[in-house]
Design a protein around this ligand. Structure first.
Ligand code: MLC
Ligand code: AMP
Length: 533
């Protein structure tokens, strides 16, 4: 298969080839390629009528739905840039992302509209909000004078399709930085197309596949791997609003899907579900189903976004008869490395670079390549790598070398036969259930509470989430009297200000934090102490 110039072009090629083929299944709704193309062109026409300019930023603040996908394609067809927004984001994140990206239009739903209202007065660049109540109908509200008019997607007359240029900016995807505020990774149409081409080739993805997708569409795992791959190959995606282990297990038993992509937490929950059914004597996947491939035709389970531990890999193989294919990616670079589709899927490793892409290990200090087996920082180079961070030349310069290598901040090594292993992170990052959490962002919110003198946030091992967020607090001298319920207040504060998955699951009150000679909090010592508790 030839590499397309953009995902929009790939989608239309698939549509021309098999217009009647089902592209998307969502609950009881089924959409063919032609139907999704029609909806997307109506979105593009509507956005142009509204006045969307080429290169203008449009935020998608929506749950998984056909609307998300039609609007996504429509924005690109109208020449706009998509800004992805996690549906759990609250005041702090929304204020920052919508302002930083200069978003002029936000497409959302009634539930999230209320959250936008909370920050309305601090979004000066936002001109309008489209709130969709069902997949075709919504309201377009001018954010400046609050006048609202109906927004009927199918009422717009589609104009001839305009394909984006390969070098145009396609997506700004925010990824947290060590300095608190997240940065927008700029992905071009050609970055998306190149990586999807590499992924679909490596995983032998064809039009005959049906992917069960329960990942959120606002991250690159769900969108740029799951959806782009589906459109590029002309296959079908069975999209769910969210992950539910019982529902996924039942779907696997029905035998209609051929692939499932998830984060490690999803696999541990599927294992628990299999064990629950066995002990409850319920119908479980039998060994005949596993081996015959007739009733149970899933050919590929992929895990990524966080480390998959070897025990989960082995238990899954025992219970589901398949070796999970682990791959490694990043918002800024999309998918980097993969275990082989054919050949040894080596647990604990993330395999080798995708075709057409490069990886290497460098010394953390000197940035010079190191020998196989030596620990260092992983760097990535290739057509998949983003163009840098939106309006942050300083941050961009920090991560790119003069000859185009991108520093991931992940530590690892390469084996003599080419497999990469991720051993840790050079930056302070917590990965909880596949979501990235930067301690600094939470610490900043905690420090705004009058009962907090010092705060340190870190991740502790968690059997379900991989890592869970915990906070260690030094209260102010008056806190015990002024704030007798300090811990509850702190969790509540985080809930209001930040996405719920960032709230500390435990809060420890201490007299002081361990610091080194330079005054920096020694989180590794705190972690050791807390692990012993
Ligand atoms: C939800 N909650 C979490 C959480 N997810 N808390 C910590 N960590 C998480 N990951 C909280 C909610 O805020 C809520 O809190 C409560 O748990 C229940 O919410 P839920 O919606 O019912 O959660 P659940 O369905 O259990 O979600 C777990 C999950 C989900 C693992 C299915 O987190 C998920 O879909 N993760 C995938 C993330 C992803 O796509 N990552 C890819 C990034 S791209 P409360 O307080 O309201 O009860 C990337 C690059 C790459 O990393 O390589 O792919
Ligand atoms: P994000 O910024 O959300 O795109 O997260 C990217 C980070 O997730 C990477 O830099 C890694 O630290 C981590 N990650 C992704 N895939 C894996 C994996 N298979 N194993 C370990 N870590 C991973």
């Amino acid at each position: 298969m030839q590499q397309p110039l953009s995902i929009v072009q790939a989608f239309h090629t698939s549509c021309e080839r098999t217009p009647e083929k089902i592209c998307l299944i969502f609950a009881t709704q089924k959409m063919s390629y032609a139907e999704l193309a029609q909806a997307a062109t109506c979105w593009a026409a509507g956005l142009r009528t509204w006045g969307l300019q080429r290169g203008a930023r449009v935020a998608l603040f929506l749950e998984n739905s056909p609307t998300f996908l039609a609007a996504y394609l429509g924005i690109h067809m109208a020449g706009g840039v998509v800004v992805l927004v996690n549906t759990q984001y609250r005041q702090v994140e929304l204020r920052h992302i919508l302002n930083d990206a200069g978003v002029c239009l936000c497409i959302t739903d009634p539930l999230r509209y209320a959250e936008l209202q909370n920050v309305a007065e601090v979004l000066p660049k936002l001109l309008a909000v489209i709130t969709m109540t069902d997949w075709n109908t919504g309201t377009l509200e001018s954010w400046t004078d609050r006048r609202a008019i109906p927004w009927e997607v199918t009422s717009f007359t589609p104009a001839p399709i305009q394909f984006p240029q390969a070098d145009d900016l396609a997506i700004i995807a925010y990824t947290s930085g060590t300095t608190g505020r997240s940065k927008g990774a700029m992905l071009l149409h050609r970055n998306l197309a190149a990586n999807s081409h590499a992924v679909t080739t490596a995983w032998r993805w064809t039009a005959a596949d049906r992917l069960l997708l329960t990942l959120p569409l606002f991250h690159v795992h769900g969108l740029c791997v799951g959806i782009h791959g589906t459109w590029l190959t002309g296959s079908t995606v069975d999209l769910r609003r969210r992950f539910d282990a019982v529902d996924v297990y039942d779907t696997l038993l029905q035998g209609n899907v051929t692939m499932f992509f998830g984060v490690p937490t999803m696999y541990t929950r599927l294992i628990a579900e299999a064990r629950r059914r066995t002990s409850a004597d319920q119908f479980v996947i039998s060994s005949e189903q596993l081996t015959s491939g007739v009733l149970y035709p899933v050919r590929l389970f992929v895990s990524g976004s966080a480390p998959l531990d070897i025990q989960t890999f082995e238990e899954f193989e025992q219970l589901f008869g398949q070796r999970i294919l682990e791959r490694y990616g990043m918002t800024e670079t999309l998918m980097n490395t993969t275990n082989p589709y054919e050949g040894e899927r080596r647990p604990g490793t993330v395999g080798m670079p995708f075709p057409g892409q490069e990886a290497r290990i460098v010394d953390v200090q000197t940035r010079q390549p190191v020998a196989d087996g030596t620990l260092g920082e992983i760097q990535i180079r290739g057509p998949n790598v983003c163009q840098g961070y939106w309006q942050r030349p300083d941050a961009t310069a920090e991560v790119f070398s003069a000859d185009g290598w991108f520093s991931t901040g992940d530590l690892g090594w390469r084996s003599a036969d080419g497999y990469y292993t991720i051993a840790g992170r050079a930056r302070e990052l917590i990965i909880s259930g596949g979501y990235n959490v930067y301690p600094r962002e939470i610490e900043e919110v905690l420090l705004t509470h009058p009962g907090v003198a010092e705060a340190a946030v870190l991740g502790l091992p968690d059997p379900d989430l991989g890592e869970r967020v915990v906070a260690v607090i030094v209260p102010t001298p008056t806190a015990s009297t002024a704030h007798p319920r300090l811990v509850d207040e702190l969790v509540a504060l985080c809930r209001v200000q930040l996405a719920a998955y960032k709230k500390p699951r435990q809060v420890f009150l201490v007299d002081s934090l361990p610091r080194n000679a330079l005054g920096k909090v020694q989180k590794h010592l705190l972690k050791e102490q807390l692990c012993e508790v």
